[in-house]
Ligand binder design. Structure first.
Ligand SMILES: [Fe+2]
Length: 259
């Protein structure tokens, strides 16, 4: 990306080979979602009810209801203090949404309602597609897809205890990601080839190398594959709007769905 691709603070950094979809009617490009792990729709608008209607129609009613969220659409913003990962200023870990469910939702729609006060430097979305991830794991560390399917990562969750899960698993005969970087247990089992590096560090290094950075401006919509890509978001900032007496921060709406 050249310097001229970085506009002023109220514009958007474009992904270098960005293919934009007109916002007249929401159409998903399944080739692009399969190839890149995401599809970007600029200037869709901030009408959350419209997004829910559009996705309900496109998915044939297969919107994902989360009992934890208590709704089809999850709206959230960055807060000065929160126990919830999505509301923290700290950068997130690469993950699959609802990785512990037997059938994690296939797609995630992320609508930007308000960009970060320091957009586009902060609050970026970052996506790791499975193909370059597997290629680089093999090239850099000599770790094969089969080894990743067999190597059981250890998670330590307050509500489930210790839990083992490979980063790749089969769902309906296809390999999908199942991973949550921030929930990994401290000590991992041995058995993957890199004597001087932890498994978590190997995975993270390759993810950081192959990830795509996407900066969403107000009204931009990002559709992610939750099966053949991992995602996270970068560090966020916050601004105190003194006159209004409240915090000004990145605000998003999320809907998960199947096709
Ligand atoms: Fe997520």
């Amino acid at each position: 990306m050249s310097a001229s691709d970085y506009p002023g603070s109220h514009s958007v950094v474009r992904w270098p080979r960005e293919k934009t979809t007109p916002n007249k009617a929401l159409q998903l490009d399944q080739c692009e979602l399969a190839e890149n792990g995401f599809q970007l729709i600029r200037q869709y608008g901030v009408d959350v009810s419209r997004l829910e209607r559009d996705l309900d129609w496109i998915s044939g009613g297969q919107l994902y209801y989360s009992s934890r969220v208590g709704a089809l659409c999850h709206q959230y913003s960055v807060l000065p203090e929160s126990a919830n990962f999505s509301e923290q200023m700290l950068g997130g870990g690469f993950h699959t949404d609802f990785m512990f469910q037997p059938n994690p939702p296939a797609y995630i729609a992320l609508l930007c309602l308000q960009p970060d006060p320091r957009h586009p430097l902060y609050g970026r979305n970052q996506v790791v597609h499975v193909r370059p991830f597997l290629e680089r794991m093999q090239q850099i560390f000599g770790v094969s897809e089969q080894e990743l399917k067999e190597y059981r990562l250890l998670y330590d969750l307050a509500e489930r205890g210790r839990f083992e899960q490979p980063i790749l698993s089969d769902l309906d005969g296809k390999p999908i990601f199942r991973f949550h970087e921030r929930l990994l247990a401290k000590g991992q089992m041995k058995g993957i080839s890199a004597p001087d590096m932890s498994v978590a560090a190997m995975l993270h290094a390759v993810m950081m190398e192959v990830m795509a950075d996407i900066c969403l401006d107000r009204g931009d919509l990002l559709i992610l594959s939750n099966h053949n890509a991992l995602h996270r978001r970068g560090e966020c900032s916050i601004e105190f709007a003194g006159v209004a007496g409240k915090w000004h921060a990145r605000e998003m709406a999320t809907i998960r769905f199947n096709l």
